[in-house]
Design a protein around this ligand. Structure first.
Ligand SMILES: [Mg+2]
Length: 170
């Protein structure tokens, strides 16, 4: 049940997605959500930690890009001049924004990984398009209201997801 919503992995922090790990998975492109994934939603600009992390990925030949449902201003404020392809107002889980990004990057979905803090946007758009989906623990306890209303439903999916992981281990 709910399998289309299950991430391929659940991680505590985006920074756990190291170049070594990505290469091991055959991934050459990583697509990031911004809010509560790379930074808490109220942090406007990419932090030094994020910038260094992006550099470490790029240095190892991993393509870094942003797929955000946020407005143009929020997305561009965050990017703050970094040379990274991005799509704002992506309307995840719809695939229009995703397709735009894929086309621009010239990459194969099967070699892409998407990471975000929300099941019904980030994970779902990945799963519907053959992209390796990773759910990350949200970067801050608080959510914007538009996200907060979805969390109780996420909790139900996560209950079944974690239970399925336990059953797999048996
Ligand atoms: Mg988010």
């Amino acid at each position: 049940m709910f399998k289309i919503f299950y991430p391929k992995e659940y991680i505590e922090s985006v920074f756990m997605l190291t170049p070594e790990k990505l290469k091991g998975l055959g991934i050459d492109t990583i697509m990031f959500d911004i809010d509560n994934t790379l930074v808490p939603f109220y942090i406007r600009k990419a932090t030094d930690e994020v910038k260094e992390y992006f550099e470490s990925l790029a240095k190892e030949g991993i393509n870094v890009c942003i797929l955000s449902n946020s407005k143009r201003e929020r997305t561009e404020d965050f990017i703050c001049g970094l040379d990274i392809p991005y799509v704002y107002r992506a309307r995840k889980p719809l695939n229009k924004g995703l397709n735009k990004l894929i086309k621009r990057m010239g990459v194969l979905p099967s070699h892409c990984l998407i990471v975000g803090d929300q099941i019904f946007t980030d994970v779902l758009v990945g799963n519907l398009n053959g992209i390796y989906s990773v759910l990350v623990k949200k970067a801050d306890k608080r959510d914007e209201w538009i996200t907060a209303v979805k969390r109780p439903f996420e909790k139900i999916v996560l209950f079944f997801y974690f239970r399925s992981l336990k059953n797999d281990k048996k």
